[in-house]
Write a protein that binds this ligand. Structure first.
Ligand SMILES: Cc1cc2nc3c(=O)[nH]c(=O)nc-3n(C[C@H](O)[C@H](O)[C@H](O)COP(=O)(O)O)c2cc1C
Length: 169
């Protein structure tokens, strides 16, 4: 199997989203699921098609488990890998740094030549002031908000997965 989801989650929201994404893409038989706090960074290197999930904490900071391995993450060779991102955040309480952590991981990968990043997502249904995760008018990956728009999550995941499916499996 060449596809895997890696996530870090402090209160379970990103973990739940990761599991929904796996189900939507076809379940355990087609894509692996790893919690970055237990899998370690080297595991990422074993897969060529990656979905990376992260929540934002502090003020625009990486979720703790991603923060701990961030220096090692920067050393991964992403050339020839296909990568899609999803990020959890709170657009109302953190309106100036909504899903910024997704941008932090995205920037590492996008700097590398040959990395194929997919899964950008429109900003239309959201209300926030600023996000580093918006590039060229779109989120660099799927943005989710369990604090304010949890009712939209299943449909967002469904639509996003149908858009990336062919390239990520
Ligand atoms: C103390 C605290 C700080 C947060 N900081 C941000 C932030 O800077 N930007 C953002 O978009 N969301 C922020 N959030 C919202 C979380 O990212 C959101 O609740 C998310 O769903 C948590 O996902 P997790 O349970 O997978 O860690 C913050 C939440 C808390 C409680």
């Amino acid at each position: 199997m060449s596809s895997a989801i890696f996530y870090g989650s402090s209160t379970g929201n990103t973990e739940n989203a990761a599991k929904l994404i796996r189900e939507e893409l076809g379940g355990k038989d087609v894509i692996k699921l790893f919690d970055i706090s237990t899998s370690g960074v080297d595991k990422i290197k074993e897969y060529n098609k990656l979905i990376i999930g992260v929540s934002t904490w502090g003020e625009g900071d990486l979720q703790d488990d991603w923060d701990e391995i961030f220096e090692e993450f920067k050393n991964i060779d992403f050339s020839n890998k296909t990568v899609a991102f999803f990020g959890l955040g709170d657009q109302d309480s953190y309106s100036d740094e909504y899903v910024d952590a997704m941008a932090t991981l995205y920037e590492v990968v996008s700097q590398q030549e040959g990395a194929n990043i997919i899964g950008s997502w429109p900003i239309d249904e959201y209300e926030f002031d600023e996000s580093r995760a918006v590039v060229d008018g779109e989120f660099v990956g799927l943005a989710l908000d369990e604090d304010n728009q949890s009712e939209l999550t299943p449909e967002r995941i469904k639509t996003w997965c149908s858009q990336i499916k062919e390239q990520i499996l």
